[in-house]
Design a protein around this ligand. Sequence first.
Ligand code: AMP
Length: 188
Amino acid sequence: MNLVIFGPPGAGKGTQAKRLVTERGYIQLSTGDMLRAARKSGSELGQKVAGIMDRGELVSDEIVIALIKEQLDLNKGAPGFIFDGFPRTLAQAEALDALLGSQSSQVDHVIRLNVDDKALLDRIALRFEEQKRDDDNPTAFAVRLNAYNKQTAPLLPYYQGKGLLKEINGMDDIDAVAGAVSRILDLD
Ligand code: AMP
């Protein structure tokens, strides 16, 4: 089972992905988490992406595709993968199709969490206070939202054209969203 969980920053993708890890044993592949771990470790990759991430811009397709490939190879045979924050560009979506295809697999579901901009701003302001993530500051967040609207939202027609896109109201509470996600996954 391969699920792409889709939505703007602050939509609740990571929260829902973590529930699926606990409840179903799926593996969460969050490129944002991988990049933050690289920064924390002080690796060359971490140093290379730090400024880009703090500004709220996207790192290169090449970097994130390599991270995903590495994790897919490491976790062969897992019951499912949740792609969280990846793909974010058309090139990444095509690379994901190719990577999964080479393992005789495919994207099974794309679930979009719909949250309006005002609620996103409120959620991110709260997360900034709680977690002090540099790129949650208002200036970087505006850049991230813009990157989502310009570079990532255009993926929606790509997945819609493949009949994979399902939409969920991400404004509901966490349990209600989780229930809606589960119903989609259990349709198979
Ligand atoms: P996230 O935690 O998913 O919001 O990601 C935090 C930051 O990491 C983003 O603002 C980007 O700078 C970078 N990033 C994460 N995933 C990707 C991706 N798939 N493509 C490009 N940049 C990414």
